[in-house]
Design a protein around this ligand. Structure first.
Ligand code: HEC
Ligand code: HEC
Ligand code: HEC
Ligand code: HEC
Ligand code: HEC
Length: 462
């Protein structure tokens, strides 16, 4: 007999067991109904918990500057934020705790290792500049303020501009500018650091990245707001405003891009400026510095007017496949973690290397040792090419030194121009802290351009 609904119902109701069948059906439907109702209610509570994953223990406002106050409402985020004080070395990143004897001038009992000792070629590259005196591996956010206050690079008398990226300055801008952050920013830049530091209380804090009312992300650094406006204008987008026009995904990188970028101090007001008018690649930025004729210092051995590149993580990352695919800084450096029913963002911002399962595993479901190997291959290749480019640059610097009293002024000028270019491009990859990982092909391209400029400089002296 063919199956049909009609036959089935007939059998069901007319069979000798019709009564029992009916009871089973009723009880079954009731059970299913209760289960469905529970499921819907449970999903709703979980969603509510996810959205509102905290108890409002205390009211948080624009006046809540201390992260500990925010921590009362957001204990998970606060606990992981405090872990930025941990120090862990990786092959090319992280940081190692080096004990030191505190002095009255510098009370730190632990610092991170010196990069100058790791590679003395850095001292030759930066001859005549404060970086050749003290330059260390960077460490967690918890140290940003003390490391800036006590670095030997302060001995040359730095401007207040330095503090923009090393402290919770959003409240300081507001205080100095009577509520106007742009006004406060200019006031802070124009102060000597010794005066500015009296206003600094915390390393970067919750209020620098979050709107207190709804915890959404915000950009609080005028230099980034202005830099992005000029960068977008170069791409034909007028009056770009990060805080109203960026997507949530973009904000998950922009909050980091406020500080992890190349910068310079503009004019006698020492305005913090991001050099993105021509674009964000190393050679675009070099072209910008060529146009405005900017130099950080005069090289002590060759007298070339040279530039110092600084931590261009945001610019380098932006050239890579992850950025293209919409993967943000926070995806790898602040991965989600489960806390009971809810997903929270890990605020222990650190190297992903020792935690690849959490940082990469969600998108690349492969074993941890294979994930590490993928990082290793990229970093080893970049390190090899970095070494070759560095040797080429040091060879050029030596050649210019030797030639300085033998060659014509014109020929020396030409060689010095090549040094300026080769050195900036090399330093762009050197100062970028991922050893090529953020954009492997781009790092190789820039190192290739640097080697080319160094060798052309040497040839120009023949
Ligand atoms: C796809 C994952 C990924 C993304 C996206 C990413 N990073 Fe990284 N980042 C890494 C890896 C891997 C390293 C290398 C870590 C190491 O060598 O220990 C690294 C290294 C770093 C370092 C040096 C860390 C250290 O301990 O030395 C900094 C700083 C950094 N990234 C900042 C950023 C910023 C800012 C962004 C966004 C503009 C970003 N990263 C985007 C994976 C990522
Ligand atoms: C645009 C933001 C920005 C500004 C402005 C800035 N820094 Fe930093 N600084 C960073 C970032 C990001 C790091 C971590 C990455 C690194 O070390 O490469 C850092 C690291 C450091 C470190 C620790 C590593 C090291 O280099 O020894 C010191 C010290 C430091 N900065 C001092 C200064 C001083 C002094 C000034 C002013 C001349 C300054 N910073 C201005 C963003 C900034
Ligand atoms: C207010 C400026 C500022 C912001 C915003 C900022 N950083 Fe940093 N970051 C720094 C400075 C300065 C250091 C170095 C501190 C030191 O060495 O004392 C640093 C260090 C780091 C390190 C090295 C940590 C370690 O343990 O070695 C990583 C990784 C990093 N930042 C990634 C990020 C990411 C990702 C974001 C965005 C979610 C971000 N940073 C936002 C200024 C900033
Ligand atoms: C350098 C920037 C930065 C700082 C400083 C920072 N956060 Fe966050 N926070 C983020 C990012 C990025 C996210 C992810 C937001 C998103 O995806 O929309 C986030 C998400 C959150 C969320 C939403 C829930 C979650 O876990 O995803 C809370 C709550 C939060 N942070 C609390 C805090 C508290 C409390 C502090 C200070 C102790 C703090 N944050 C400091 C960048 C920051
Ligand atoms: C949010 C998702 C996401 C996260 C997190 C993520 N990736 Fe990726 N990754 C991607 C996507 C998407 C691509 C591009 C794939 C494509 O288009 O073929 C990619 C490409 C890559 C590539 C090849 C491209 C390149 O840049 O060399 C490597 C290697 C890689 N990922 C390693 C990692 C590692 C290691 C981590 C953790 C530190 C990580 N990824 C974290 C999504 C992610």
């Amino acid at each position: 007999m063919k199956f049909s609904i009609k036959n089935f119902l007939k059998n069901f109701t007319e069979s000798p067991r019709a009564g029992r069948n009916l009871v089973i059906l009723l009880v079954g439907s009731l059970g299913l109904g209760i289960f469905c109702a529970w499921l819907v209610a449970d999903i709703a509570t979980k969603r509510e918990q996810g959205r509102n994953a905290f108890f409002r223990v205390t009211e948080i406002t624009e006046e809540s500057h201390d992260p500990a106050i925010w921590g009362q409402n957001f204990p998970y985020q606060f606990a992981s934020y405090k872990k930025t004080a941990d120090m862990n070395r990786t092959r090319f990143g992280g940081s190692e705790a080096m004990p030191r004897t505190p002095t009255s001038a510098d009370p730190r009992s632990i610092v991170s290792q010196s990069k100058l000792e790791e590679d003395p070629r850095l001292v030759s590259m930066w001859a005549g500049y404060a970086f050749s005196k003290d330059f260390r591996e960077e460490r967690g956010h918890a140290y940003m303020l003390e490391d800036q206050i006590y670095t030997e690079r302060q001995k040359v008398g730095q401007p207040g501009t330095c503090s923009n990226c090393h402290a919770s300055v959003y409240p300081v801008y507001k205080k100095l500018g009577d509520g106007d952050i742009m006004k406060g920013f200019h006031k802070l830049n124009a102060m000597p650091y010794s005066e500015a530091k009296e206003h600094l209380k915390h390393p970067v804090a919750c209020i620098d990245c979050h709107v207190p009312a709804d915890m959404s992300l915000r950009v609080t650094r005028p230099a980034f707001i202005e830099g992005m406006k000029r960068f977008k204008a170069s791409k034909g987008i007028k009056n770009y405003d990060v805080n109203t026009m960026a997507s949530r995904k973009e904000m998950r990188s922009y909050v980091c891009g406020q500080c992890h970028v190349e910068y310079y101090f503009k004019g006698k007001e020492k305005t913090l400026t991001y050099p993105w008018d021509n674009g964000q690649r190393a050679d675009d930025i070099y072209a910008y510095y060529q146009k405005i004729g900017f130099a950080d210092w005069t090289h002590a051995k060759t007298k070339a007017k040279v530039l110092k590149a600084q931590h261009p993580e945001f610019e380098m990352y932006s050239q890579g496949l992850h950025a293209r695919s919409g993967v943000a800084c926070a995806d790898c450096h602040m991965p989600y973690e489960r806390q009971g029913n809810i997903k929270v963002t890990n605020h222990h911002v650190k190297s992903p290397y020792n935690d690849v399962q959490a940082s990469c595993g969600g998108c690349h479901p492969i074993p941890a040792n294979e994930l590490k190997a993928r990082i290793d291959i990229i970093q080893d290749n970049t390190a090899q090419m970095r070494n070759i480019a560095f040797d080429a640059l040091i060879a050029l610097i030596k050649d210019i030194e030797v030639a300085s009293d033998k060659k014509s002024a014109a020929s020396l000028e030409k060689a010095k121009a090549f040094q300026r270019e080769a050195q900036f491009l090399f330093d762009f990859v050197e100062a970028e802290n991922s050893m090529g990982f953020h954009a492997p092909q781009e790092a190789m391209r820039v190192l290739g351009l640097s080697i080319d400029a160094s060798r052309k400089g040497q040839v120009s002296l023949r």
